[in-house]
Design a binder for this molecule. Structure first.
Ligand code: GTP
Ligand code: MG
Length: 214
């Protein structure tokens, strides 16, 4: 899909005053340290290493913005819940990422990445709580580490826990390694972005009925 093949790194932000203006619809990737957020962004964009990944949890420490042409931003958030980072760094996370998630006007949805082998940990639940009111997709990453039947039961477990009420988050299996789930993820994010068009553009797409007598 063309939308995802034109990504460029835009900016790494360490302080909220440096956030780019909220002029394009934005989709953020959030989740615990090391679950595979940056790898998922690379897989989605079809790029090997546009987003920096690492075996060491806590790799991404800034909010990293990627620009999809004229259309959207993808946002790689620093992971949270990594015990070995300093208190100061944790406080910085809260201020930077918490502030971003609370107040970013252009945010159209959040992909919450969880490890498919142990999803919905207390930290994952906490993040979902913070994100109430946002459109959410739960991405069950590293699915290649599970057998087919384990994948199916992990997905069913998460779907049951999230509930089936209208507006409840959807869940999807994903692997950056095998690219399992890349196409459905692209499809869903495209749908989010097209639903988020500014009201003026949507109105222009609705053909006005001809006015009688003109
Ligand atoms: P932080 O930025 O530290 O929060 O981490 P992150 O969530 O961005 O994780 P990252 O993408 O850096 O990946 C962490 C580790 O998991 C790396 O060693 C990746 O190679 C590995 N990894 C990520 N996705 C997958 C996957 O789908 N399958 C497998 N097997 N490994 C993965
Ligand atoms: Mg990362």
């Amino acid at each position: 899909m063309r939308l995802f093949s034109q990504a460029q790194f835009l900016r790494a932000v360490g302080h909220s005053r440096d956030l780019p203006p909220p002029e394009l619809p934005e989709i953020a990737f959030a989740g615990r340290s090391n679950v595979g957020k940056s790898s998922a962004i690379n897989a989605l964009l079809g790029r090997r290493s546009l987003a920096r990944t690492s075996k060491t949890p806590g790799r991404t420490q800034t909010i990293n913005f990627y620009r999809l042409g004229e259309f959207a931003h993808l946002v790689d958030l620093p992971g949270y819940g990594f015990a070995r980072v300093s208190k100061a760094l944790r406080a910085q996370w809260g201020e930077l990422v918490g502030g971003y998630l609370r107040s970013r006007a252009s945010l159209v949805g959040v992909v919450v990445v969880m490890d498919a082998r142990h999803p919905l940990t207390p930290l994952d639940q906490q993040l979902l709580g913070w994100l109430e009111g946002h459109r959410i997709l739960v991405l069950l990453s590293k699915s290649d580490k599970l057998s087919r039947s384990e994948q199916a039961s992990a997905l069913a477990h998460v779907q049951r826990s999230l509930g089936a009420v209208p507006g409840a988050p959807q869940a999807m299996l994903f692997s950056s390694e095998t690219r399992h789930g890349v196409d459905p993820l692209r499809g869903l994010l495209e749908a989010w972005l097209s639903e988020s068009k500014p009201a003026s553009e949507q109105a222009a797409e609705i053909k006005m009925p001809p006015v009688k007598g003109m």
